[in-house]
Ligand binder design. Structure first.
Ligand code: FAD
Length: 385
């Protein structure tokens, strides 16, 4: 469904990955570790395998040791990871964008030190923007980095930070001056050399991976650990969002697709009123609506990824993809539960987990409302934030 435009190379890349995911990852995340935290060592083993298929390694150019895969193919591979295990897609996404930032923004001494480990799956990173009082409006960041000679001293708190417990380093957005737009700077904090405290957060779903609070108490870091230039974190974050939002949109797409696949299997098996429920028109209509939403989400996601690859500005298209695919995940997962009847709310069936996973995805990387505001601004030129 919706795959008619795939090249032979893309088909081969997706099929090879899919076999590994179905064989190893699906049972691991949906049975053995269902709703249980996957320890760092185990997550590391999986990440090392995935990098061989181009996940994480693909976003880095061959010149810098990566596999240099185009963004559309990356999204196709990433969609398959989500279909097998949403939890696993989180470290893939965060390490990919950590690698992207380190490759394009970090000075050479940080690039040569941290990029090879991310590409090979040995290292994990976190990207710390959100704070207890700072969510949708990143301009309000309070975590402060004060200059002290050729170092900075960092104090503050980050929250909802993916990969926190796994992280070897944190790309931390800090305030270096009071200028709201030009006063934000990215620092790379090495967990051993510039220690930060991590506490994990329990959530409705996505608990097989780490989402954390991070506490920064007088963390002393050299000025040479600035990523990008001082004062340019806002500009660089907004550029990253255009790409990373397409990946979160693909998380919505993947959850919705898996929910549809599970619903089709169940509808062909469950019998009521003398026939399989797929034979009842209202069930057929629900499946048709679900499949149409999944394909529409995929087309929006692929369009945004293609624009990113072509180097065309895609802020509105990435926002449309994130908005539609993530809201579709919630709708489609709920319909999949409905098709399962009471079985759908039990731990015996995957749709129970998918419905909980779906409800999370419209929040990170800009909520649905923030995406709507971005689309509205692009349409009218009027800022409604
Ligand atoms: C699983 C998960 C992983 C995450 N990972 C990371 C991470 O790795 N790094 C990181 O930095 N952050 C991360 N986040 C945080 C995420 O980016 C924020 O949760 C998100 O930006 C929203 O901020 P908030 O939760 O503070 O909500 P708020 O900004 O407080 O919003 C609350 C509600 O108000 C609405 N709202 C806000 N402003 C407006 C407005 N102007 N107009 C209309 N409605 C508005 C929102 O849409 C929402 O419905 C993660 C979050 C989750 C759930």
């Amino acid at each position: 469904m919706g795959y008619v435009f795939r090249t032979e190379e893309q088909k081969a890349a997706v099929e090879g990955l899919k076999r590994y995911l179905e064989d190893k990852i699906d049972p691991m995340f949906n049975q053995e570790y269902r709703d249980k935290f996957v320890p760092r060592e185990k997550m590391g083993e999986v990440m090392r395998e995935l990098t061989k298929f181009g996940l994480v390694s693909g976003v880095v150019s061959e010149a810098n040791g990566g596999m240099g895969v185009d963004w559309l193919t990356m999204i196709m591979l990433f969609e398959e990871v989500v279909v097998a295990a949403t939890d696993l897609s989180v470290p893939v996404l965060i390490n990919s964008f950590g690698a992207h930032m380190v490759e394009h923004l970090a000075p050479a001494h940080l690039r040569t030190r941290y990029l090879p480990g991310l590409i090979s799956g040995e290292l994990f990173c976190s990207i710390g923007i959100s704070e207890p009082d700072v969510g949708s409006n990143v301009l309000e960041i309070k975590t402060r980095a004060r200059r002290d000679g050729d170092h900075f001293i960092i104090n503050g708190e980050k929250t909802w930070i993916s990969n926190g417990a796994y992280s070897d380093f944190l790309i931390c957005t800090c305030r270096t001056s009071d200028d709201q737009r030009r006063g934000l700077t990215h620092f790379l904090l090495d967990r051993n050399e510039h220690p930060y405290e991590v506490r994990d957060i329990q959530k409705i779903a996505w608990n097989s991976q780490s989402t954390s609070q991070i506490f920064l108490d007088n963390v002393r870091v050299p000025a040479s650990n600035i990523i990008g230039k001082e004062g340019e974190a806002l500009k660089n974050t907004l550029l990253m969002f255009e790409r990373s939002r397409v990946f979160v949109a693909a998380q919505g797409l993947g959850i919705a697709r898996r929910a549809l696949e599970e619903a089709i299997l169940y509808a062909k098996d469950r019998r009521q009123h003398g026939k399989v429920i797929a034979g009842h028109q209202l069930i057929a209509a629900m499946l048709a609506e679900m499949a149409t939403n999944v394909d529409a989400a995929r087309l929006l996601v692929y369009r945004a990824a293609s624009m990113v690859e072509a180097g065309v500005p895609a802020e509105m298209e990435a926002a449309m993809a994130k908005y539609f695919a993530c809201e579709s995940a919630v709708t489609v997962a709920r319909q999949a539960v409905q098709i399962h009847g009471a079985n759908g709310v039990t731990k015996e069936f995957l749709v129970e987990k998918l419905a909980r996973e779906a409800i999370v995805v419209p929040i990170p990387e800009g909520t649905t409302q923030i995406q709507q505001l971005i689309i509205g601004r692009a349409l009218t030129g009027v800022n409604a934030f």
